[in-house]
Design a protein around this ligand. Structure first.
Ligand SMILES: [Zn+2]
Ligand SMILES: [Zn+2]
Length: 278
């Protein structure tokens, strides 16, 4: 293995929290009386898929969907250094405006890393944030097109000395006809909203991932999301040690499904937190 690749694996210990694990409707689905939507198991209550990554004092989220505000309150999130985006579907971006409170005490710009197509859409859909004349009080976000690996640093002056920047690597994926981005940070990989992982992306990850979070909509096949069987196969090709499914529909009952999965594969649930490395 080339030394430049192995040096990239010198990643700090990470703590990852699954902020949301549900498909675009959220679970329960409005008006649905099915057994999952009415389940008393809190793990069957799934807000829209997103995650929080902490590396020492550094904190960043991957996607800010419509439940971002609730998720941030639930996790008692006081500070945020950056936001990474997987793609522009609304269940992953409409919480953008709820980043405003992170600027009340610190107006340093927050980088938003995204695919160039997502950046274009952000400029069009959120002119009050990204237009020439930012609306007073709008979040101070700085768009960063992702074309290769990048570093995430601290927005907080008091952290600068102790918060070493973290390197993130985009992972190219397909979500139907839409290119989406997964991310690898150290030995963690986050691949949501995909039905096809190109061979180059599998090679990029193979043997380098301890914990994989992956799109697994339901048991049955779907045109733009991986189903369980496909997600397990992808985890095998990547040789992830532990895999968590996210973006599930209301056809998935947590307790009974968890029992059916291989020992190294689990259903994610909102608030689940785990450590990687260190
Ligand atoms: Zn989605
Ligand atoms: Zn339902």
């Amino acid at each position: 293995m080339p030394s430049e690749v192995s040096s990239h694996d010198d990643a700090p210990p990470l703590r990852v929290t699954l902020l949301g694990t549900g498909t675009s409707t959220g679970i329960p689905v409005i008006g649905c009386d099915c057994r999952v939507c009415t389940s008393a198991d809190p793990r069957d209550d799934r807000t829209r898929t997103a995650c929080l990554v902490e590396a020492g004092p550094l904190r960043f989220v991957i996607d800010t969907g419509p439940d971002f505000r609730r998720q941030a309150l639930r996790e008692d999130l006081h500070r945020l250094d950056a936001a990474l985006f997987t793609h522009h579907h609304f269940d992953h971006i409409v919480g953008l405006d709820d980043l405003r409170p992170f600027f009340h005490e610190n107006d340093a710009p927050m980088p938003c890393f995204a695919h160039p197509r997502t950046v274009q859409l952000f400029r069009r859909k959120f002119p009050h944030i990204f237009g020439e004349h930012r609306y007073p009080g709008a979040a101070h976000l700085a768009l960063r097109e992702v074309n290769g690996a990048f570093e995430i640093g601290s927005r907080y002056e008091d952290d600068c000395e102790t918060a070493a920047p973290v390197r993130a690597e985009p992972v190219r994926l397909w979500h139907g006809d839409l290119p989406t981005l997964g991310y690898r940070i150290g030995r963690f990989a986050y691949l949501t909203d995909t039905n096809r992982i190109p061979d180059e992306s599998v090679e990029q990850l193979a043997g380098r991932v301890d914990t994989l979070v992956i799109d697994a909509l339901r048991r049955e096949a779907h045109p733009t999301h991986l189903c369980f069987e496909e997600a397990i196969e992808a985890a095998r090709r990547i040789s992830a040690r532990t895999t968590y499914f996210v973006h599930m529909t209301h056809s998935v009952m947590h307790a009974e499904t968890e029992d059916e999965l291989p020992d190294d594969v689990h259903l994610g649930y909102d608030g689940l937190s785990f450590e990687i490395g260190g």
